[in-house]
Design a protein around this ligand. Structure first.
Ligand SMILES: C[S@@+](CC[C@H](N)C(=O)[O-])C[C@H]1O[C@@H](n2cnc3c(N)ncnc32)[C@H](O)[C@@H]1O
Length: 261
């Protein structure tokens, strides 16, 4: 195992064993719920529109899924089955305790221990930049996806250069914050799928949940805070195409609408 992967595993085993209170993922407060669900809702809504389908026809695998917060959101959205994977065994135990609807599998995202095309959809959120080889993580997702991939990761650009961190440190592990853009996503995808007809999209948006949580709470929290934050994100997203700090990469495999050129 690559030492970067080993360090991440050690660190996250500690993080996930230190606390078994992951209940914030199940919070029903409208503001918190909006912040937790927003990026996943946008990714799934766009995918369903692009494929003209509905979540109940899809089996999903989440990689780098921690204690399954994203998995629960996807189960709430109505996906047929949701499997959460992570390199941390403690995370998978926490996931099983948190939400019995979720299946779990301990796996290294750089070397997924499952056959090609095992799941209809493979999704990651805030996970690839913890890998020493983020592009390998993406191509593994593509390999094990039958129909589509959703990648929710930082977007490169001026805001990230000015305000973003280059390195993240959790416990003893350090990771480089790898940021994407449409060209990079397209190139990584095409190098792997070659001339397979695919749809490739990158949605660029704003995401700063810590700041937005504060703004929402200052404005009264709950439903009222949610509306204020929705308005803030709406205004910020008017400039997101040029300045957004978050990328939602969407890949639909074997799709006759060919966006390769
Ligand atoms: C910042 S956390 C995000 C977790 C989850 N997506 C969430 O938002 O709650 C990064 C996750 O990546 C996992 N991870 C790090 N390296 C990994 C690897 N090589 N394979 C699979 N998971 C890994 C960690 O254990 C951790 O759960």
């Amino acid at each position: 195992m690559n030492t970067g992967v080993e360090k991440q595993k050690e660190t996250f085993e500690d993080i996930y064993s230190e606390s078994n209170n992951w209940s914030y993922w199940d919070d029903t407060d409208p503001l918190t719920r909006y912040l937790l669900d927003r990026r996943l809702q946008i990714g799934v809504k766009n995918l369903m529109k692009m494929t003209n389908s509905s979540p109940q026809d899809w089996d999903v695998l989440v990689i780098c899924g921690g204690v399954g917060g994203e998995g629960s959101v996807l189960a709430n959205i109505g996906f047929r089955s949701v499997t959460v994977s992570d390199i941390s065994e403690n995370a998978m135990q926490g996931c099983q305790l948190r939400d019995s609807r979720l299946k779990t599998k301990v796996m290294n995202a750089e070397n997924l221990d499952i056959p090609d095309e095992s799941y209809d959809l493979v999704l990651v959120q805030d996970g690839l930049h913890h890998l020493p080889r983020p592009v390998l993580g993406l191509t593994e997702m593509i390999r094990v996806a039958k129909k589509a991939v959703i990648m929710i990761e930082p977007h490169a650009g001026i805001v990230a250069n000015l305000l973003g961190t280059e390195w993240e440190a959790h416990g003893g592990a350090v990771n480089y914050v790898f940021r994407w853009n449409k060209l990079m996503f397209e190139q990584a995808v095409k190098s792997y799928v070659l001339q397979m007809p695919c749809q490739i999209e990158v949605i660029r948006l704003w995401n700063h949940n810590l700041v937005m949580d504060k703004v929402g709470k200052i404005c009264g929290g709950g439903q009222r805070g949610k509306v204020v934050v929705q308005l803030c994100y709406f205004l910020l997203d008017l400039f997101a195409r040029w300045l957004g700090n978050m990328a939602i990469g969407l890949l639909i495999k074997n799709d006759p609408i060919d966006n390769h050129n």
